[in-house]
Design a protein around this ligand. Structure first.
Ligand code: UD1
Ligand code: CA
Length: 462
């Protein structure tokens, strides 16, 4: 990371073509908003305090969305064009010297490798600017690169201003540049508003510099997807697809087994360890970390969760804001939410829901249970159909089940209540009082057998 590099990210526009009330750079693809992707890439070449995001539309919301990333902000109150957006950053520390890299907030697929390459190319010298370009089969909508005899950029012509001849040019402006800051600023301040739109185009600076003998050199990148500018929701969906494809490929190359990778959704920030197996249609979202040798089964959804080595989330389970210790298992059809924790080797089976509940090491709740606001010790057995009645209509109450307890099937534990260490709760009990350590609690109606009753009934009918 070179010390004299600053980055300005233009992100003030509304993005009219998105047809949305949400600012364009806040739309999400690959599990993060567009601007977040661009900032993450920019961090590859500059320290966060040398990165300035120009915000305008919904400035406060945009700032709030990325403020954790440590960049600085500049507000462009009126969106008077890309040239104007850069100009309003003139007072920011560092932008007037060294290298100034300009990125667009709506261009999220740019890779770190390409950004580094941009700087390397620029360092070759003999130029005022380097601009990333690519060749598109259909260049409609983009600024076209008009080259001079020497292969340098003579001008960048916007779609609207392009002649029929220029519209045939397939080389387009990505909107990503590296400038010699000291050369750039005087010319940037001379850019006049475009006569048709009234906007100050950053692209016009290229011609101004050229007239003064300051060259702009194109850097052609092969993978056009990297500079896809998101203007519509169709392009947004395409960007999302590309992010997903890149992410699963990266994971597979790092030793993760992914079945039917084209059906799997993994957000960019997710980490997965070697030899983990991810089934078809699975989704790994948000800030999720999965250890080594884990399983995320078919159609399971794991969001903001931590899975330690060897943990298994079986098919069709939903694990949200929760943690599975080593070798712990949930599902199929399990649900964990709001800080639920399975300690090492704990096992939760089908149709079991855990909310704000900790299930201790080696404990089991294999079928059909609701465990909410409960603290459950180790080696506890929770029978099928057990319910913690944690809500009295006004407040939530805790349930504590101590180590080694055995809760029989279909028990109803009315919180607040404690089931003591090593105790038994007989099946179908309603438990409203504490169960002492090592006791048996039976809280159900006594069974009465009426001898011969069924036979008499049959005879009466006949
Ligand atoms: C721009 C380029 C075009 C290039 C294309 C690549 C200009 C004049 N044109 O066109 O040559 O091919 O990008 O995607 O630069 N923004 C602001 N403030 C403003 C205006 C824009 O911050 O006043 C931001 C937008 O939020 C956006 C970026 O700048 O992130 C690009 O603006 P946009 O209007 O999308 O430019 P294009 O018409 O796509
Ligand atoms: Ca654009």
């Amino acid at each position: 990371m070179s010390r004299d590099v600053s980055v300005v990210i233009l992100a003030a526009g509304l993005g009219t073509r998105m047809k949305s009330s949400l600012a364009k750079v806040l739309h999400r693809a690959g599990g993060a908003c567009l601007l977040e992707h661009v900032i993450e890439a920019a961090k590859e070449i500059a320290a966060p305090e040398r990165i300035v995001a120009v915000v305008g539309h919904q400035a406060e919301r945009v700032k709030a969305a990325v403020e954790g990333l440590g960049t600085r902000f500049e507000v462009q109150t009126e969106q008077k064009g890309t040239g104007h957006a850069l100009r309003v950053c003139g007072g920011q520390r560092g932008v007037r010297s060294g290298r100034l890299v300009v990125l667009y907030g709506d261009c999220p697929l740019l890779s770190k490798v390409t950004l580094r390459r941009l700087l390397e190319e620029h360092e070759k010298g003999g130029r005022a600017a380097t601009v990333i370009t690519t060749l598109l089969a259909d260049a409609t909508g983009y600024g076209r690169i008009v080259r001079d005899e020497a292969g340098r950029v003579a001008a960048i012509v916007e779609q609207k201003a392009a002649t029929e001849e220029q519209k045939k040019i397939r080389e387009i402006n990505s909107g990503i540049y590296c400038f010699e800051a000291e050369v750039l600023w005087p010319y940037l301040e001379k850019v006049e508003p475009n006569p048709a739109s009234g906007e100050y185009y950053l692209t016009d600076v290229v011609e101004l510099m050229r007239a003064a003998g300051q060259a702009t050199v194109p850097l052609v990148v092969e993978d056009a997807s990297e500079i896809l500018g998101i203007n519509t929701k169709v392009e947004l969906a395409e960007a999302d697809r590309i992010f997903r494809e890149r992410k699963v490929k990266e994971l597979m190359l790092a030793g993760v087994t992914i079945e039917r990778p084209d059906t799997v959704t993994v957000d960019v920030g997710v980490e997965v360890g070697q030899d983990t197996v991810i089934g078809p249609m699975a989704q790994l979202l948000g800030k999720t970390t999965v250890g080594r040798g884990c399983v995320v089964g078919a159609s399971a959804i794991v969001e903001n969760a931590l899975l330690e080595d060897g943990a298994k989330v079986h098919a069709f389970s939903f694990v949200q804001d929760s943690k599975l210790g080593a070798e712990a298992e949930v599902g199929p059809y399990g649900r964990m939410r709001m800080g639920a924790v399975l300690e090492d080797g704990a096992h939760v089976g089908n149709f079991v829901e855990l909310k704000k509940t900790r299930l201790g090491a080696g404990s089991k709740a294999m079928h059909l249970a609701y465990l909410g606001d409960a603290t459950i010790g180790s080696n506890v057995n929770i029978g099928a159909g057990t319910i913690t009645c944690n809500y009295d209509g006004k407040k939530k109450h805790p349930t504590v089940i101590e180590d080694g307890a055995f809760v029989g099937s279909n028990s109803t534990l009315v919180a607040p209540v404690v089931v003591g260490k090593g105790s038994y709760v007989a099946a179908a009990s309603v438990v409203t009082k504490p169960v002492p350590e090592d006791a048996l609690a039976v809280g159900r109606a006594h069974q009465i057998n009426k001898e011969g009753w069924a036979q008499r009934r049959r005879e009466n009918k006949a």
